[in-house]
Design a protein around this ligand. Structure first.
Ligand SMILES: Cc1cc2nc3c(=O)[nH]c(=O)nc-3n(C[C@H](O)[C@H](O)[C@H](O)COP(=O)(O)O)c2cc1C
Length: 207
């Protein structure tokens, strides 16, 4: 069984999800600049901070194979699924925690498992309910250290699942060398890069 998305539901808007536990930290600031850039290009954005939501990580119960949706939990992610479906654009930003996305981002991404369709017997063919709908995304990550290597797998940990789910990831933006809360405000070029990314994504999803 599958979710069967009605393509008329898909709007030229961007859902922007932040995964830092630190309110008003570097990821929050960049997310705001990203959205400002998208808004300037005439595209509506909705910002959600995953730390504000109560949700359980995927427990692998496979109930979504039978029902086509995550029916195991009725938590704060339940209301986010329709927003994902309706938004042609998606922006994900996470600080780097131990070379990877934060637990909030990982928990969120795993709960997107309900969008997949798997043919039996497994492993076999699989696809996604979000495939072939012109969905586009940008991912971004912020870290303290100064080389891309110190960022570890963070950008890939968002980009790879989004591509598997059917998004075209237009840009993976690394922000390096930023440690203290709010430090990124001192780097006008980085704020501008986030704004430019918002504008660029908006232009690809506008009618
Ligand atoms: C638990 C934890 C793990 C971290 N791991 C890394 C790391 O592996 N590499 C790195 O460069 N920075 C690491 N940092 C630093 C943060 O990525 C950095 O301070 C970032 O600016 C935080 O973004 P935020 O203000 O949006 O929360 C870590 C911070 C914490 C709290």
């Amino acid at each position: 069984m599958s979710l069967k998305i009605d393509e008329d539901l898909i709007q030229p808007k961007i859902l922007a999800l932040g995964a830092s536990p630190r309110k008003d930290g570097n990821s929050d600031i960049l997310l705001r600049h990203f959205c400002a850039g998208a808004n300037q290009a005439g595209v509506e954005t909705e910002k959600i901070q995953l730390r504000d939501l109560e949700f359980t990580p995927c427990v692998g119960c496979e109930l979504c194979r039978k029902t086509g949706a995550c029916t195991r939990f009725d938590d704060d992610l339940t209301a986010i699924y329709p927003k994902i479906i309706e938004s042609r654009g998606l922006f994900l930003i996470s600080p780097v925690h131990n070379y990877n996305v934060t637990a909030w981002m990982k928990g969120f991404i795993d709960r997107l498992y309900c969008f997949y369709n798997f043919a039996e017997p497994r492993p076999g063919h699989w696809d996604s309910e979000l495939d072939n709908q012109g969905r586009k995304a940008i991912v971004a990550a912020v870290c303290e250290q100064e080389t891309k290597r110190d960022m570890g797998f963070t950008l890939e940990a968002m980009q790879m699942p989004l591509e598997a789910l059917g998004y075209e990831v237009r840009e993976a933006l690394p922000v390096l060398g930023v440690f203290e809360k709010g430090k990124v405000t001192e780097y006008a070029d980085v704020l501008q890069a986030a704004e430019n990314a918002g504008t660029a994504l908006a232009r690809t999803i506008r009618p």
